[in-house]
Design a protein around this ligand. Structure first.
Ligand code: FRU
Length: 484
């Protein structure tokens, strides 16, 4: 039930975080936190899928099973091009997974998290655990997990960012086996409304130019009082191989996705230079209700893969996200409108042949009316995506989106600030069987929300809350389903 048509979802049972995102020898690998025996979170394994194009995924056998050191929590993969680990035959390379082994301290029974390695010489088909596991322990910390490793060429070291309680620790290594603490970041910085998890650190050009900045992504678990539950933040700053320094003031919180359902997002390793994209995939849910979604025999889907870039908006450098262009191959039908005026009385109504849709809208905001796009399966069951020029806010209203008993906080209308550009707002909307993703003004603001319509979406209602609004351009694409 609710199996997405074009978002990746687990074939059966439970899935959470994306893990070990790596491109190697023509394939994008997607490993993920997986409980193969239940639709609830439990004994963690690494599930596996692979793709040529980030759109069509082939399910693979489970990559990592629990062993004597514990279950397999989140982590990353790198290509060890020069065999620095010594795991591969001389002169060859292969994949190394760096992940958290989770078990308990003998005696006390307290949770214990330690970092370990596994490697594959056959392009991720089969894996061996390193005999020297674990490679990194810290007996004073309970939350000590989710290593993300990358090669830092200016200092010729591997760097690991790791969630360590309320901060990120940075470690360095020459061989992936021996790690030394280099620095820490995060005390008093950004959002601390919950435990820090799943960090990522990478460098990106600013405005496509020569100048670069470093981006540190940190997921935040969302404590009891945090209105939005779990969420993902990022920092922008400098990194010299040792230390990350935040460019902004510690109170300034930058949100990666302002919807309710993006968590634990991390980026691909080893995308070839000729491609050069920084591609992120997140787990599409909220920790607050991840275990309650009404999806039957499977539970867990990923966001669309998104390309991250840095742009300057009103003097501030921020992340911009756009779904990978490969998704365009799913378009199998289109309708276009130019310069149409819609209102509450005279909306544009379209019966859609499929519930899998992509909508591109350019809205002229001079009339000051609130645009509403209703994604409907009936008038009683609809999700509204809209923009209010008065408050300059983009919103998603899922109060009548269908099965809202997922959690008391599920039925909400929530919003994100969005300033117009040249008197216009641009929206790109992706509608799948159980999710909507909205990319506004070319991905400066992104909102991802789960929805569970009572019956399949079959109609779009595009209008306003009152008077007329001019849509200078409207494009509707129907999309092919990859999975039924
Ligand atoms: C994030 C997370 C990670 C951990 C994994 C366990 O959702 O809690 O911190 O490694 O899930 O499944």
């Amino acid at each position: 039930m609710f199996r997405p048509g074009f978002h990746f979802s687990v074939p059966s049972n439970w899935m959470n975080d994306p893990n070990g995102l790596v491109y190697y020898e023509g394939k994008y690998h997607l490993f993920y936190q997986h409980h193969p025996y239940s639709t609830d979170w439990g004994t963690m394994h690494w599930g596996h899928a692979a793709s040529d194009d980030l759109v069509h995924w082939e399910d693979k056998p489970i990559a990592l099973f629990p062993d004597e050191h514990g279950t397999i929590f989140s982590g990353s993969c790198v290509v060890d091009w020069h065999n620095s680990s010594g795991f591969f035959a001389e002169g060859t390379h292969g994949l190394v997974a760096i992940f958290t082994h989770n078990d308990t301290y003998p005696g006390s029974g307290q949770p214990r998290q330690r970092q370990s390695l596994a490697y594959s010489s056959d392009k991720g088909e089969t894996w061996s655990f390193y005999s020297g596991n674990p490679v990194l322990s810290e007996p004073t910390l309970i939350d000590f997990r989710d290593p993300k490793v990358f090669w830092h060429s200016p200092s010729s070291h591997w760097v690991m960012v790791l969630a360590a309680g309320d901060r990120i620790q940075l470690y360095r290594s020459e061989n992936l086996r021996d790690w030394k603490l280099a620095s820490e970041f995060g005390a008093g910085e950004g959002s601390h409304r919950g435990v820090w998890e799943c960090p990522d650190l990478f460098e990106l050009p600013v405005d496509d130019g020569e100048r670069t900045k470093w981006v540190l992504i940190v997921s935040v678990g969302g404590d009891q009082d945090c209105p939005e539950g779990s969420h993902t933040q990022y920092f922008i700053g400098e990194f010299d191989g040792i230390r990350f320094v935040n460019d902004y003031s510690p109170e300034h919180v930058l949100r990666l996705d302002q919807g309710r359902d993006h968590y634990a997002g991390v980026t691909y390793s080893d995308i070839p230079d000729a491609d050069g994209r920084r591609i992120l995939i997140g787990w599409m849910t909220n920790l607050r209700y991840a275990g309650n979604t009404p999806t039957g025999t499977w539970r867990g889907a990923m966001t669309l893969p998104r390309v991250l870039t840095l742009v300057t908006v009103e003097g501030e450098i921020v992340l911009k996200q756009s779904p990978v262009h490969e998704l365009m191959q799913l378009r199998n039908g289109a309708a276009n409108w130019n310069d149409i005026t819609v209102s509450a009385e005279v909306p544009l109504e379209v019966d859609t042949e499929t519930e899998l849709l992509e909508l591109e809208i350019e809205m002229d905001i001079s009339s000051d009316q609130e645009l509403q796009v209703k994604v409907q399966s009936s008038q009683a069951c609809e999700t509204i995506i809209g923009y209010d020029p008065g408050s300059q806010r983009l919103f998603i209203d899922r109060t009548h989106s269908g099965h809202i008993d997922v959690h008391p906080d599920f039925a909400i209308k929530h919003n994100a600030p969005l300033a117009p550009k040249n008197g216009k707002i641009k929206l790109q909307l992706w509608v799948d069987r159980s999710a909507v993703e909205v990319y506004a003004n070319d991905g400066i603001v992104v909102m991802t929300d789960l929805i569970f319509p009572i019956s399949p979406v079959n109609r779009l209602w595009i209008g306003t809350n009152a008077g007329p609004v001019l849509l200078t351009s409207l494009k509707l694409h129907t999309l092919e389903s990859l999975r039924d």
